[in-house]
Design a protein around this ligand. Structure first.
Ligand SMILES: [Zn+2]
Ligand SMILES: [Zn+2]
Length: 321
């Protein structure tokens, strides 16, 4: 089913029925949280933990910093696949599609070809963009090959992308079974799967909407990206989005001492135990006090996906090997 739009270069949009139904059902099922019998403190703890695991580790660290921007490398290599499977549990689709959309966002930030341009309103940038994508955003083989050629040639990543839905469903089943053994089957299912998924989705979407509208700017990037503390707290550091647009391949997004970046802490902990290496950081962060950050962007505009397979030697430094 399709409809028309008045946007100049978007002659036709489609309704993404699969994701719309899936996420719509998740929203409806999350309302079961208002049933007192489905609440337990252990289920709430599971909800908070899985929000961090699937949203913080799965999406922010893996889908975004590892796969999209290649800001560090995992050791062993197959750990990347395990982390990607965790990202699949967030119900944000497969990694190749996610990475393609996000690389396109960076290449055309706040322009007409930006998949979730804030210039079309908060609602569009937040969630309507994936509900009614324009035809140029279809996740076709050509789209994948253009925006994520590195992932698209990896058969394991292609399998994970194609069958991503297996993982959130399996996690929901596991929560029901394990919760049942704890005497809280429905509570664990409702809070660990439904409520947690909705919270992960909306907090992640805030990075596309809120941090292109509200907040402060440390760098004069060619887009409207902002740093917003409360989004950064909800997204484990992703809310330092203006810093990120200025230094896209940096593994660290919170650059001032008080810009708390839980995802970067997780990456450093992984490095400490030997699971992550070749961590990229802005050179400026290594050589100057964080209170004197420059008001310029280094690589805030990428022309194509090939750039993401190359190191940003001119502006970024490898912090750890
Ligand atoms: Zn952005
Ligand atoms: Zn990014």
């Amino acid at each position: 089913m399709s409809t028309t739009t008045t946007h100049s270069n978007r002659t036709q949009t489609t309704i993404a029925w699969g994701p719309v139904i899936w996420i719509g059902v998740l929203h409806a099922l999350a309302l079961l949280a208002f049933v007192p019998a489905y609440f337990s403190w252990s289920a709430l703890a599971v909800c908070v933990f899985l929000h961090w695991l699937t949203g913080g580790i799965g999406i922010c660290m893996t889908y975004h910093r590892l796969l999209t921007h290649r800001s560090f490398v995992t050791r062993p290599r197959w750990l990347e696949y395990v982390l990607t499977a965790i990202g699949c549990c967030a119900s944000e689709g497969g990694a190749i599609g996610w990475v393609s959309d996000h690389r396109r966002h960076h290449a055309h930030s706040d322009e007409e070809d930006d998949v979730h341009s804030p210039n079309r309103g908060f609602g569009w940038a937040h969630m309507f963009w994936w509900m009614t994508p324009d035809i140029t955003s279809d996740h076709t083989p050509e789209y994948y090959a253009k925006w994520a050629p590195d992932l698209n040639k990896d058969p394991v990543h292609r399998w994970l992308d194609k069958y991503h839905f297996i993982f959130p469903i399996s996690m929901a089943v596991a929560l029901y079974v394990i919760g049942g053994m704890m005497g809280n089957a429905m509570a664990w299912l409702v809070w660990g799967a439904f409520v947690r998924s909705i919270l992960v989705l909306h907090t992640t979407w805030l990075v596309n909407s809120a941090t292109h509208i509200w907040g402060y700017r440390s760098h004069e990037t060619r887009d409207s990206s902002t740093n917003l503390w409360w989004v950064a707290l909800l997204t484990y550091g992703e809310g330092w989005h203006n810093n990120h647009h200025a230094y896209q391949t940096s593994a660290r997004h919170g650059l001032r001492w008080w810009e708390v970046d839980m995802t970067y802490i997780a990456i450093r902990l992984m490095s400490f135990v030997g699971l992550a290496h070749t961590i990229k950081l802005p050179k400026i962060h290594q050589s100057r006090p964080s209170s004197h950050l420059p008001s310029h962007a280094d690589n805030d505009r990428q022309s194509d996906a090939d750039n993401y397979r190359q190191s940003d030697a001119s502006e970024l430094a490898v912090a750890a090997k």
